[in-house]
Ligand binder design. Structure first.
Ligand SMILES: Cc1cc2nc3c(=O)[nH]c(=O)nc-3n(C[C@H](O)[C@H](O)[C@H](O)COP(=O)(O)O)c2cc1C
Length: 209
């Protein structure tokens, strides 16, 4: 394993930092944001059920309102787009559709798709909502991380925010019972420096056994 030459992905992982100051003149189009999300959604997920959902907020008035829900965090208003990452505890209801997509794409046999659909429906309908909530939380974290790297790859900056009133958000955006907000992600052209942050060492957090 080479440690001297780093791929673009690894370079981006080191270069990405949470940015909280944004160029308010820089705008992102619906197409650009859709492309970013398409890239991010290559993330793996439990049984490929893709339990993430998104609300993209670019409207200036809506961002202003969201800022107050997010404890007045400046970047909620100044970044051109805020992507609210949601989880869906009813994700397993898409099992058939998801596996059919693989059949249609010619990458899965219909019999395998049928078996995987039955497995997913049985497994996930048989566990408590709280367990599906945990699955959705984990998978939403994976897609969020990919979104940060996809943005960085395009010269864009981001910051993930867990600091917002989730009940107020759910009410304000009329979320159905099965959807819950997880994080807000600000995306745009950063203008400010990142905070200097460090990481624990491998020795601090790993046990090799
Ligand atoms: C789940 C989560 C919630 C976070 N919430 C906030 C937040 O509400 N406001 C904020 O400014 N930064 C927030 N951050 C950013 C972290 O503070 C930041 O990732 C951490 O300090 C490491 O810095 P770096 O991202 O620049 O490497 C959050 C990050 C994560 C992963």
């Amino acid at each position: 394993m080479s440690t001297t030459t780093k791929s673009a992905v690894i370079e981006n992982m080191y270069a990405r930092k949470s940015i909280r100051k944004y160029d308010t003149e820089y705008k992102l189009t619906k197409e650009e944001i859709s492309e970013l999300l398409t890239d991010a959604m290559t993330a793996p997920s439990s049984s490929n059920q893709q339990p993430w959902r998104f609300i993209v907020i670019t409207d200036e008035q809506k961002k202003k309102e969201l800022r107050t829900m997010a404890f007045n965090q400046e970047q909620v208003e100044t970044a051109p787009a805020i992507i609210a990452v949601l989880g869906d505890t009813d994700f397993h209801k898409n099992a058939r559709k998801i596996h059919q997509l693989s059949v249609d794409a010619g990458v899965m046999d219909p019999e395998v798709a049928e078996k995987l659909t039955e497995n997913a429906e049985t497994l996930y309908s048989g566990i408590p909502v709280a367990a599906r909530h945990s699955v959705a939380m984990y998978d939403a974290g994976l897609v969020s991380m990919q979104l940060l790297l996809a943005a960085k790859d395009r010269g864009l900056d981001t910051v993930v925010m867990g600091g917002f009133n989730k009940d107020e958000f759910a009410k304000s955006y009329n979320l159905p019972e099965n959807e819950f907000p997880i994080v807000l992600i600000a995306i745009g052209k950063g203008t400010g420096p990142a905070r200097g942050t460090s990481r624990l060492s491998v020795e601090d957090v790993v046990r090799f056994v």
